[in-house]
Design a protein around this ligand. Structure first.
Ligand code: SAM
Length: 320
């Protein structure tokens, strides 16, 4: 097993199915242009082979499907059904939810149990301003559809001072009422936000978030697993919420994540643009591919930082 001096190893794999997205969120896409079709991406079969090899090489048994927006690509159905057939201990999906009503059937067929849906606001006008694509009503319908299927849902919200500060509590109410865990993601210095003065103005720290939530709710901090990225809080009799506090409480020292991009590169760290091409490995027979992959993984593990420093690459390319 490959372990670094902090005891970090890869045990969670995030697979980006595509860099394309039907949104152009303000914090992710600087020019507001949606990337409708991405270039040089691997097919579902190649991505599934990569997952199988990575599992053999590392023992990884948790996979999250992400993007870009994973539901926009035609390979979504094949990949989802294929990855569910691998017998992993955990498969989850991160989506903006816009295509969930259209994909309800295949999700039901796949047996997927867990889904994270990104939603920054419950105001339809504000939604258009932040996401710059899609519409709020369809996402809310998608959430209802997933509740109906009995999936365990988390909603991801990026709180920003100039955009949705006043929705922190209403979003929490909405989620608690439905048995959904809301997870606030502290704004990250990715892409154009790295070194941008707007970042500081919009950033809301964990402390400020908790102060705002404390105006309405009493809560206490609860246990989170060793390699969890989220600090978790319980509101007695109502449910839980979490904060992914990459700035206020960085989780880099216990990070176990490995990312596979849709064009076949491995990333060992979200805060490091160094990437490792898998194209040759994927062409090799298994007995040659595995030793080669071990070397690549050792290299990728060395990319992990001790603290989140931000990165020029945006999440839709690395896989959020
Ligand atoms: N399209 C899918 C979605 O919307 O969930 C998956 C990819 S998206 C990059 C994954 C998550 O990253 C979303 O919840 C999004 O809000 C978040 N994200 C992207 N850029 C971010 C940034 N600069 N700071 C904080 N969160 C960010």
């Amino acid at each position: 097993m490959i372990v670094d001096r902090l005891g970090r190893k890869f045990s969670n794999l995030r697979v980006s199915l595509t860099a394309a997205c039907n949104y152009a969120c303000t914090y992710c896409v600087p020019d507001g242009k949606r990337l409708m079709k991405a270039q040089n991406e691997l097919g579902a079969d190649q991505l599934l082979r990569a997952v199988t090899l990575l599992r053999q090489a590392t023992g990884i048994d948790k996979v999250r499907i992400t993007g870009g927006e994973p539901l926009v690509t035609p390979k979504f159905d094949e990949f989802l059904l294929g990855v569910m057939d691998l017998g992993l201990s955990d498969v989850s999906l991160t989506t903006n939810g816009q295509l969930l009503p259209a994909k309800k059937e295949v999700i039901a067929e796949s047996g997927l149990q867990r889904i994270n849906i990104s939603l920054d606001t419950l105001n339809s006008l504000k939604f258009k301003q932040i996401a710059r694509g899609g519409d709020l009503e369809t996402v809310l319908k998608g959430i209802d559809d997933m509740l109906e299927l009995g999936l365990k849902i988390k909603v991801n919200m990026v709180p920003m001072r100039s955009q949705n500060f006043n929705e922190i509590v209403p979003m929490l109410d909405y989620c608690l009422d439905r048995g959904i865990e809301l997870r606030f993601i502290e704004l990250m210095r990715m892409g154009h936000l790295l070194g941008d003065s707007g970042f500081q103005a919009d950033f809301i720290s964990m402390e400020a978030l908790l102060d705002e939530i404390g105006t309405q709710y009493e809560f206490s901090r609860t246990h989170a697993p060793y390699d969890s990225t989220a600090a978790r809080f319980a509101i007695r009799g109502r449910g839980n919420f979490g904060i992914i506090a990459n700035e206020s409480e960085p989780f880099c020292r216990t990070c176990t994540r490995l990312r596979l991009s849709s064009d076949g590169y491995l990333y060992g760290c979200l805060s490091n643009a160094r990437r490792h091409d898998l194209s040759e490995v994927l062409e090799m027979p298994g007995h040659q591919a595995l030793p080669r992959l071990q070397n690549v993984l050792l290299d990728a593990l060395g990319d992990k930082k001790l603290a989140f420093q931000g990165e020029v690459t945006v999440m839709k390319f690395i896989g959020g």
